[in-house]
Ligand binder design. Structure first.
Ligand code: NAD
Ligand code: DAU
Length: 352
């Protein structure tokens, strides 16, 4: 069935994978990618689909309410997949207000525009909000986040995402706006901006720079291949029950130090360096403020109810990811020129 779908944040890491999947798999849909092209947004991520007849890129900011309202009037969207966000915890510690504007105000602007456009006719309409497992706070050595775990965000990033989740649910309860939500664990794969752990490690090993390890290195994350998250988003958009939330995760917990050691060994092999070379560059640095100890997802609801399971084993996924960065040296150089240097200096300058 022909539909107009708005994807926000489609020039970012996860968004670009979602845009490509939707443009390629649904020729009847017209995909509108709305992105402000902040430091994290990059049209190079979308080369594969930029000339597709069912794809349109729109540069714009979700914080600009009149612009968003006009966009909805002009295009009469049937569905929204909302991924645009300020997404990096360390940046939220440096500049929290950016996160409040984009993640909270921007989300309300989209909700309000969808509510006005769909008023009285919710048939076939859906507002899908893509969120994070960080809203649930931090786990101890055991236990998993389920969809009913109480919210307990600790960083300005996770607090802003928690706030947006609450507002999405408020529009469902108060105005019957058809919504669905998902909360996912850490993603990895190609096209991730080198401020997040995995691409920082790859970039620094390649360039002979120290690998910054926060605190004792025993913080734990549950890593999911970005392609599997994009598949989950497709499944939830098409089969998810309105008003419901789905947790998405990889059953793949790693302590940071174990993950980085593994990556060092793979990179040494691929770069023809002597075994142990990169491990020697791991540098323990001052911890992240309010650092969450462990995240781990119980993804049984989406598995049982919607039939989604991760497709890629981590051993294969991490090799594939490293190969992608090594083959896309130019992409990495382009995104790390200019403003990246200033950010890196501010974030790591006194630490490493
Ligand atoms: P990202 O930072 O790579 O991309 C965010 C995109 O949003 C960029 O293209 C940026 O230009 C755009 N954007 C930012 N502010 C905007 C604004 N005001 N108006 C319009 N566009 C704007 O983020 P990501 O890692 O791809 O994450 C995408 C979404 O998924 C986010 O909502 C994030 O909270 C969520 N999420 C991410 C992860 C992860 O591991 N990366 C895990 C779970 C959930
Ligand atoms: O859990 C989902 C979340 O995962 C998403 O909502 C966020 O958008 C995404 O950024 C990610 O958040 P994290 O804070 O877990 O990811 P990050 O890659 O920044 O850090 C992963 C772990 O590695 C964390 O324990 C901090 C540590 N770390 C990170 C960096 C950048 C280091 O030790 N050194 C580093 O240089």
């Amino acid at each position: 069935m022909a539909k107009n779908i708005l994807i926000t944040g489609g020039a970012g890491f996860i968004g670009s994978h979602v845009v490509k999947l939707m443009v390629n798999n649904y020729p009847d849909y017209h995909i509108y990618n709305l992105d402000a092209l902040t430091y994290a947004g990059n049209l190079e991520n979308l080369r594969e689909v930029e000339n597709a007849p069912n794809y349109t890129f729109i540069k714009g900011n979700i914080v600009d309410a009149p612009f968003i309202n006009k966009l909805f009037t002009d295009h009469q969207f049937d569905g929204v997949m909302h991924l645009a966000a300020e997404s990096h915890v360390d940046r939220s510690i440096l500049s929290p207000l950016d996160f409040i504007y984009t993640n909270i105000i921007g989300t309300v602007n989209l909700l309000q525009a969808a509510k006005e456009q769909w008023k009285g006719n919710h048939e076939g309409k859906l507002f899908y909000h893509i969120s994070t497992d960080e809203v649930y706070g931090s786990l101890g050595e055991t236990g998993l986040f389920t969809e009913t775990t109480s919210y307990d965000p600790r960083s300005p990033y996770s607090a802003s995402k928690a706030s947006s989740d609450h507002l999405v649910r408020a529009y469902w309860h108060t105005y019957d706006l058809p919504v669905v939500l998902s909360n996912c664990s850490n993603n990895y794969g190609g096209f991730q901006f080198p401020e997040k752990l995995i691409p920082v490690v790859i970039n620094n090993i390649q360039n002979g720079k120290p690998i910054p390890m926060y605190g004792d290195g025993k913080y734990t994350r549950d890593w999911l291949w970005v392609g599997d998250h994009a598949r989950a988003i497709d499944v939830i958009f098409h089969k998810g029950v309105v008003g419901e939330t789905y947790n998405v995760g990889g059953h793949n917990e790693w302590k940071n130090i174990d993950l980085v050691n593994l990556m060092c060994d793979i990179m040494d092999r691929k770069l023809g360096r002597e075994e142990g070379t990169s491990r020697k560059t791991i540098t323990y640095v001052k911890d992240r403020a309010g650092h969450d100890r462990r995240y781990a997802i119980d993804a049984s609801k989406i598995e049982k109810e919607l039939g989604w399971v991760p497709s890629l084993q981590f051993a294969e996924g991490i090799e594939k990811t490293i190969d992608w960065y090594l083959a896309n040296d130019e992409w990495l150089k382009n995104v790390t020129s200019g403003a990246y240097q200033a950010y890196y200096e501010k974030q790591y300058g006194e630490r490493v």
